[in-house]
Design a protein around this ligand. Structure first.
Ligand SMILES: Cc1cc2nc3c(=O)[nH]c(=O)nc-3n(C[C@H](O)[C@H](O)[C@H](O)COP(=O)(O)O)c2cc1C
Length: 116
């Protein structure tokens, strides 16, 4: 875990029952010295609240590609700019299928597909 110190991790949550584990994963990443930016799908928000993930990550959580908090309105580009790793946990079957097929109809899939 010490290799994580100073790393910036984008943690993507999609709608799987294992979202309950994402809170602990986030806590452990922070504890190990990483910074964590959480991105959630709407389905993920049925399993875990953005409030919890924001509190643990100490950063605002993003969930929409239309979120105007990004000054250029391109959260899907900005969020991964400084990332060392983009970690999808949990990765739903739906998310995996979207990435395989190049579908990008929400922030998380769009963000993944926009990253080279
Ligand atoms: C109780 C419940 C548990 C689910 N668990 C999983 C799961 O473990 N893995 C999975 O791929 N989908 C699971 N799903 C289905 C996804 O939530 C569903 O396909 C959703 O549309 C995924 O959306 P997303 O990929 O945009 O997050 C579950 C659905 C429900 C209602």
């Amino acid at each position: 875990m010490k290799d994580l110190a100073g790393k910036h991790i984008v943690l993507g949550l999609s709608g799987g029952i294992a979202c309950y584990k994402a809170a602990e994963l986030c806590r452990l990443l922070i504890k190990a010295g990483a910074s964590v930016q959480v991105v959630m799908t709407q389905a993920a928000e049925q399993f875990m609240t953005p409030v919890t993930m924001q509190a643990l990550s100490q950063r605002p959580v993003f969930g929409s590609q239309w979120d105007s908090r990004a000054t250029n309105n391109m959260a899907h580009i900005n969020l991964t700019r400084e990332a060392d790793v983009c970690l999808m946990a949990p990765a739903s079957a739906d998310l995996i299928a979207k990435l395989a097929q190049g579908q990008a109809d929400d922030l998380l899939s769009l963000m993944c597909l926009a990253r080279p």
